[in-house]
Design a protein around this ligand. Structure first.
Ligand code: PEP
Ligand code: MN
Length: 294
């Protein structure tokens, strides 16, 4: 059978051309592509902060996040863990609690739905559905989420190429607003939990036209590297960051080593404010003709 005709706007054309274009001098300059509908507002660097999981310190952590003027909060109700004996999260009850605490503090919620089984009950409780790294290429989950109408934050799989990540995003594109999240790929150095791929994030952003943010908490696994990587993401034109923060990291049932303390989150906010670009000055008035240098 002859495959259907492709239009220039067809995402398939862009993906199939990816490798060839990147190896040519012109392709490597990354053409601008039209911006697609995004899960978070565009126009400024978005910062999402919250604990790894819904836990006993949720109220305290979220109150502090809200006090810092942050709008978007994260916390996992279902935790995808390497071992079945590790803390698995509080499930739907935890998500209901997250919604309640967030509402009381005027916060918007990003939270992961791990299983198709929970989509119907969980999707209405969040503002943005997170698809975790392990589910990046779970195509039946992606197809189901495409039907919910809820915006999706699509994390990159730890072993996904940029092309595979954009291919996964194509399952959602045109159905729901999508934001990509680079959260580190599998590296070789055990110092790091993952290797935060900043050029991969910029490449995905430019080729796909998706709003693209980074997760330096999972992307490094080291709390002290979170702020520098957020600044780096900001400097390379990415659209935001999602970071883990905890009122008392020692008490966190998961990912304690990568959680910022509240004063560290505060100083990250100050640092980001200092990086904000200077406002563009209004166009300078035209000099009178007679004063022009010939
Ligand atoms: C998370 O953000 O809670 C999480 C589990 O991240 P990832 O899917 O990137 O490992
Ligand atoms: Mn975590």
């Amino acid at each position: 059978m002859i495959p259907p005709e492709k239009t220039p706007a067809d995402p398939r054309s862009a993906l199939e051309d990816l490798e060839r274009r990147l190896r040519t001098a012109e392709g490597a300059r990354l053409p601008e592509v039209p911006l697609k509908p995004s899960a978070f507002p565009r126009g400024s660097f978005v910062l999402i902060a919250g604990p790894c999981a819904v836990d006993a310190h949720l109220e305290e952590t979220l109150a502090a996040v809200a006090n810092l003027g942050i709008t978007w909060v994260r916390a996992g109700a279902w935790k995808p863990r390497t071992f079945p004996w590790s803390f698995q999260g509080l499930g739907l009850d935890g998500l209901r609690r997250l919604r309640d605490v967030a509402d009381r503090h005027g916060l918007k919620v990003v939270s992961e739905i791990v299983s198709e089984r929970d989509v119907e009950a969980a999707a209405p409780l969040v503002d943005v559905v997170q698809v975790g790294a392990r589910n990046c290429q779970n195509f039946s989950l992606l197809r189901l989420l495409a039907e919910t109408g809820q915006p999706v934050l699509l994390k990159r799989g730890a072993a996904c190429t940029v092309e595979e990540w954009l291919g996964a995003a194509a399952y959602l594109d045109g159905h729901v607003p999508v934001t990509l999240c680079e959260r580190g790929i599998r590296g070789f150095d055990p110092c790091f939990r993952n290797l935060l791929d900043l050029p991969g994030a910029v490449l995905a952003q430019r080729l796909g036209g998706f709003q693209t943010i980074v997760d330096p908490s999972h992307g490094t696994g080291i709390a002290g590297l979170v702020a520098p990587m957020v600044y780096a993401a900001r400097a390379c034109g990415l659209d935001g960051a999602i970071v883990e923060v905890h009122a008392c990291p020692e008490a966190s049932p998961s990912d304690a080593d990568q959680a910022l303390r509240l004063p560290e989150l505060r100083s990250l906010l100050f640092g980001l404010a200092a990086l904000e670009p200077a406002p563009i000055p209004p166009e300078s008035p035209r000099r009178p003709r007679e004063l022009r240098v010939p």
